[in-house]
Design a protein around this ligand. Sequence first.
Ligand SMILES: NC(=O)c1ccc[n+]([C@@H]2O[C@H](COP(=O)([O-])OP(=O)(O)OC[C@H]3O[C@@H](n4cnc5c(N)ncnc54)[C@H](O)[C@@H]3O)[C@@H](O)[C@H]2O)c1
Length: 342
Amino acid sequence: MKSLQTEGPIKIGLMGAGSVADFGHGPAIASEPGVTLHAVFDPVFERAVALQKKFDAPHAFHDRELFFSSGIEAVTICSPAPTHKDNVLECAKRGFPVLCEKPLAMTDADGEEMIDAMSQANLPLAVGFCYRFSPVAKEIKRLIDEKVVGEVRSMRLIYIWNLHGIYETDSNGAKIYSPQRTERMLEGGPMVDCGVHQIDLAHWWLQSECEKWSSTGAWVENFEAPDHVYLHMRHQNGALTTVEMSFTYCHTARDPISHFTYQIIGTEGIIRYDRDSGVFEVRKTNGTDYLPWSHEKNFEGMYEEWNRVMRTGEMGHMPTGVDGVKAVAISRAATEAAIANR
Ligand SMILES: NC(=O)c1ccc[n+]([C@@H]2O[C@H](COP(=O)([O-])OP(=O)(O)OC[C@H]3O[C@@H](n4cnc5c(N)ncnc54)[C@H](O)[C@@H]3O)[C@@H](O)[C@H]2O)c1
């Protein structure tokens, strides 16, 4: 794969100046010395300018051609899922390495087309599975690889929350409808939007493909996709993973709470991570190890790895386009099966 021979920081162009660009990619690019934010593109020019100012980037555009010819060397795609394909294909044509947000594609065929275009151009295509780079996820990988809890037989990966709530509060304190959750439900619902991270973690941790799955869904509201989904996967090595995702847990509550947990059950003990109560531990016959807790996402770690990938052409632990398609294919099929059995 082509690698960049840039001496200084790699000039990143960012497409889509919305929420994840603002809280995730912008700060991570700023913190990684190997990269720098050079240009921001958003069809809504004010958004591009706001991000440009916040992260001190030289350029902001609402014209895609000007963005591509502004001197950028690589592209981060943070636009909504239905626009990923077009943006990736344009980057492949112009020779830019791409880090694209999840869910990578709206269909398997689109995902394959994106992978083919990037691989024919000999360019890296990475997917923004930022959970892999959390110190917690990396430690779980090490614990599993070293069989600290024996053979893993079962994993429970749960995230039930309210996706920022269906209402936002406006500047007068009034409740107003939030379009964000509606958009995410129309793009496929919680398993497609968030569950892809857990499906990817299950593959990465166990290094074993899902050979069989089943799913069920519950409807709290009347979107086509279920807003609460259970996915049961059987891996080739015999281990089971359950992924449980909800966007409507406490969604009408004034004081919402959420649950984000990983539970890894092995023949000689368990690993437990609980984001909301700050627990990360290993329980075995000889006692309990309390491990350092950290947040489940890590955009900074992702850019550290992405900088290395772009300079060496070696993917290492960076999630690939193939990983992205695999995760989204299972998440979408699971959601469709739940809909069919409604
Ligand atoms: N990895 C994570 O933890 C994480 C978290 C949140 C969102 N995401 C993903 O990131 C993507 C963006 O989510 P968001 O919450 O920031 O959405 P958002 O709606 O807040 O922002 C999207 C931005 O993209 C712009 N846009 C629209 N069409 C575009 C196009 N064709 N090209 C470039 N920009 C375009 C919009 O004007 C908007 O400013 C989604 O795929 C989402 O699933 C990932």
